[in-house]
Ligand binder design. Sequence first.
Ligand SMILES: Cc1ncc(COP(=O)(O)O)c(C=O)c1O
Length: 402
Amino acid sequence: MAQFLDNFLEQDKENIAPLYGKADVEFVKGEGSYLFDTKGNKFLDFVAGIAVNALGYQNAGIKQAVIDQLNHFNHISNLFPNYPQIELAKALREVTGFDKVFFCNSGTEANEGCIKMARKYFNRKGETNRQKIITFVNSFHGRTYAALSATGQPALREGFGNMPGDFVHVAWNDVAALKAEVNADTCAIMFESLAAEGGVMTLSKEMVETINSLQKEFGCLVIVDEVQAGTGRLGTFLGFEKYGLKPDLVSMAKGIGGGLPLGVVLMRQAIADQLKAGDHGTTFGGNPLACAAGLSVVKQVCATGFLDNVKARSEQLKAGLKALVAKYSFAKEVRGDGLILGIALDESMPVGNVVAAARNEKLMVLSAKGNVLRMLPPLNVSEAECNEALAKLDVALAMANK
Ligand SMILES: Cc1ncc(COP(=O)(O)O)c(C=O)c1O
């Protein structure tokens, strides 16, 4: 069925709560790394649903997995064990080495789950003093109350009343500030393996070493938010593997569902041992359709050579972005890792102007905090598509500079 409306943006404004600034573009179909609008324009999509469409649009494996599952059942609740959940949990355990899996629907829920499980773990062990969770300035962990409290962006909390307490934010990569906060009352240190929304910032080697040693010294938990950086996006299945961290709890979402709403908490056995039926739960979490899609994603991302493509495309894009930084004086530096890449711009060039200019060139990119241009291509993006993106971005930067 054709998905046509007279004017998408006007009808969106009329019907949808005004919580997003939406672009005036009318997409009706996706195919691989491309999106098509009502006029037949073809856009190269380096937004990928904000890192959700890990395998692009119309991925045959995901489609087939969902159709197969629809022929069994679409939902039966968490009162009954079911095949897609169990198979996905087994695959995740095998590829990550974690011991138990909790399924939910989104990134914020996965982080809520991690936070609740971390506090419950210490509570059941009788260490009720361990409440404090340390996160980072400009981090993003989600919009529900605890995840919002964890998020290091005070503006997002404004006007929403009292927040869950005992969250402390320290500056990204500020080793001294972190050391000053962690003590025997610390429940957890929580952070993204790559701070994507906050400005495409990578962890320093010194910070990784500090987190590892504080975890050992004080017995606090380490929670890594892999919602955006996980599922292969940094060239390893989970981002932290690349940096040598040893988290106790991990949150996943976005790419793991391949476009279906799926969130995941991975935990060590010691944490699972402290949990009881009824401690936490969700109606939709681990929905069989989403888990069937997730299993297809895991199989494809873990197939031989897949992550090599992520690494090769990352190097290709980094080199291309470096050349653009050398060419345009308002472009300061290349940021990021894997396929979360960006360019930090100086104040003379608002990132929104570049995003709009890129859209004119039929390239979809997005921004991150701190005037940073961000690119999140699908993980199976091709060499030719990366060259196309770089050429389009070159024109967009020139046009934005006029
Ligand atoms: C690192 C990170 N954590 C959590 C979230 C929240 O995920 P969701 O929007 O699915 O709740 C996001 C979303 O952008 C994210 O990038």
